[in-house]
Design a protein around this ligand. Structure first.
Ligand code: PLP
Length: 394
């Protein structure tokens, strides 16, 4: 056995959970991802998806993907920089920029590569990147790839953010990067206060709208729009893998920032462009969310109903204000066990353990879609209550 294999063979945490019968990952779904999914021949209620708008199985989105595949083929065989730019990419960029209220946008192949590529290349050694300590892993990796000085503040703690800003050289760039909606806890970044601090310390703000797009703001334009602060936010990032029912991501900003990114973001230049089918599907989903306001209304009706039901049933759900509802367990073993019990009862939810949260904050994450019915929510609350009570969490 080589040294590497010898070292890695000691890693057996997954096997320990498999032996206990509670390993919750890589569960196979055998069809489209709606509010019910087929798994092992059984129907399971899906409360673990990020498809907030419920469009992943929409015939119009699927049709758009198929048509694009017929017209442009299955792949672009190159980076956007060279032979991989389609008129379709450019159209989507224009429409996304207009949608989120910025001059221009660039599309990347995933949301992860937007954050890792953008955050790593904007600032230099003398500058600062300042992050909330619950920011998404892709933001953390972008920060780590940068040569800039790196600062973190406690989650949504504005006094701590100000303390970090005070440490910075006033003449250097200070890039604050935050999730607009925190992906595991469902709470919102305090953008009004962050904007106030931006002005006080001459900083720059980038907001990750992965979970804000299609959910908050007019027509689902995001959290920046929700707070009426679009013009104050320098860079807006989004993904297609959630409300836009596809895969890919984008960054939107003013012309000078986009010009820099277009020629310097390594995950944009040195990675193949997004497939025609994925691009067309995202574009169609973008049209649908703008033309069907009832979808956003349905999402909020389901969300508010679920929030009320979980609160009334006595769950600890933290400070969420979104379709992401954390049910705190605060114990890793029990988090896996309750996920398994819920699954056996027919409810798919996701366990959240370190490093996605602090060890004392483990939870199961429930996420709503516009297409969930009240009956499905009632059923999930009832089954989850039973599972939580079985394990003495509730
Ligand atoms: C806040 C946030 N940013 C970025 C990403 C990465 O997006 P994608 O999965 O589309 O690559 C995610 C995905 O989970 C996310 O939750």
């Amino acid at each position: 056995m080589g040294l590497l294999q010898e070292k890695l063979a000691k890693y057996n945490l997954p096997q320990q959970f498999m032996a206990k019968g509670v390993y919750p990952y890589f569960r196979e779904i055998e069809g489209k991802q709606g509010t019910e999914v087929e798994m092992g021949g059984h129907k399971v209620l899906m409360f673990g998806s990020n498809a907030y708008t419920g469009l992943t199985g929409d015939e119009r989105v699927i049709e758009a993907g198929i048509n694009a595949m017929h017209k442009y083929g299955s792949g672009c065989a190159g980076s956007r920089f060279l032979n991989g730019t389609l008129d379709l990419h450019v159209q989507l960029e224009k429409e996304l920029a207009a949608f989120v209220g910025k001059d221009e946008a660039l599309c990347f192949s995933t949301g992860f590569t937007v954050n890792s590529g953008v955050i790593s290349c904007l600032t230099d050694r003398n500058d600062y990147i300042i992050c909330d300590d619950r920011d998404h892993a892709s933001i953390v990796d972008g920060r780590r790839l940068s040569f800039s000085q790196q600062l973190k503040y406690k989650h949504n703690d504005m006094a701590d953010l100000e303390k970090q800003l005070q440490k910075c050289n006033p003449d250097s760039v200070k890039l604050i990067v935050v999730d607009g909606v925190f992906s595991m806890e469902g709470d919102l970044a305090n953008l009004p206060e962050i904007v106030r601090l931006k002005h006080k310390y001459n900083a720059t703000i980038m907001v990750d709208e992965a979970h804000g797009l299609g959910v908050f703001g007019k027509q689902g334009r995001g959290v920046c729009d929700h707070f009426g602060l679009t013009d104050e936010i320098d860079l807006i990032m989004g993904t297609f893998s959630k409300s836009l029912a596809s895969i890919g991501g984008f960054i939107a900003a003013d012309e000078s920032i986009i010009n820099w990114l277009r020629h310097n973001a390594r995950t944009y230049i040195f990675s193949a462009s997004n497939t025609p089918a994925a691009t067309a599907a995202a574009l169609e989903a973008l049209h649908i969310i703008q033309n069907e306001p009832e979808r956003l209304e349905a999402l909020w009706e389901a969300t508010n109903y679920a929030l009320k039901c979980f609160r009334e049933a006595g769950f600890e759900i933290g400070a969420t204000e979104s379709p992401i509802i954390p049910l705190y367990v605060r114990d890793t073993d029990k988090t896996f066990m309750v996920t398994k019990l819920a699954f056996d009862e027919g409810v798919f939810i996701n366990p959240v353990i370190p490093p996605a949260c602090a060890p004392q904050d483990t939870l199961v994450r429930v996420a709503l879609m516009a297409t969930h019915t009240k009956e499905q929510i009632d059923s999930a609350v009832e089954k989850l209550t039973k599972a939580f009570k079985t394990l003495d969490i509730l």
